[in-house]
Design a protein around this ligand. Structure first.
Ligand code: COA
Length: 182
């Protein structure tokens, strides 16, 4: 398994698979009852809450200045891309990490937050600066460019709100586990 002694802080009952690439573990904190599956590639500073699941082959990209927050009970399904930063690709400069500094592109860098009980489903892409608000759901393959409304399901590219997600049972279950959320 992954060497949990390398991260900034970690709770109890945490599973991190052996083949993950957390490039800046000293910038990563992990809560309790959280599982991170095979193939997680994370270059950013991350604060990961309790009862979070990160499915296989998730990417959190943006480098040392990238910021990712995953609230309690957040779910990140297989293959999700969390783009906390990257080149602008709009003609300002040449693109990529090997370009000499004076020829480089501008960077887009803005934190991504999944609030508590947000779900981002398989192969969705979350753009820089987006907050997936409390309890909201992003459907498979959707591309999210703007902050979502709480307890609302978003589908498509660009992701659009399609329906409300009932919150009562989820909040009641969390309360029984000792988490007052909302
Ligand atoms: C978000 C999700 C759960 C919604 O499921 P749902 O509420 O049952 O939605 P439905 O299947 O009833 O579809 C409702 C409508 O949205 C469309 N739709 C469903 N999922 C969609 C998606 N990901 N993107 C775009 N449109 C979608 C359907 O075609 C349907 O359109 P229609 O009304 O024109 O027929 C489901 O789309 C999803 O993304 N599942 C992925 C699950 C997953 O990733 N699990 C974790 C694996 S690690």
């Amino acid at each position: 398994l992954f060497d949990l002694s390398t991260v900034a802080s970690v709770g109890k009952d945490v599973f991190v698979d052996s083949w993950v690439n957390i490039t800046r573990p000293h910038l990563v904190s992990i809560g309790s009852h959280t599982a991170i599956d095979w193939g997680f590639h994370c270059t950013v500073a991350a604060t990961i809450g309790d009862y979070v699941h990160i499915g296989p082959f998730v990417t959190a990209i943006g480098g040392a200045e990238g910021r990712l927050t995953l609230g309690h009970f957040a779910a990140v399904a297989a293959g999700v891309r969390l783009i906390c930063g990257g080149d602008e690709h709009a003609g300002y400069g040449l693109v990529g990490p090997t370009i000499p500094e004076r020829f480089q592109d501008r960077l887009i860098l803005a934190p991504i937050t999944l609030e508590p009980m947000a779900s981002v489903l398989t192969n969705a892409v979350i753009m820089p600066g987006v907050t997936v608000s409390i309890g909201s759901v992003v459907g498979a393959g959707s591309i999210v460019t703007k902050t979502t409304r709480p307890w609302t399901m978003y589908l498509g590219s660009p992701a659009r709100p399609v329906k409300e997600r009932p919150r009562e049972r989820m909040l009641a279950h969390a309360a029984e586990l000792g988490y007052e959320i909302d």
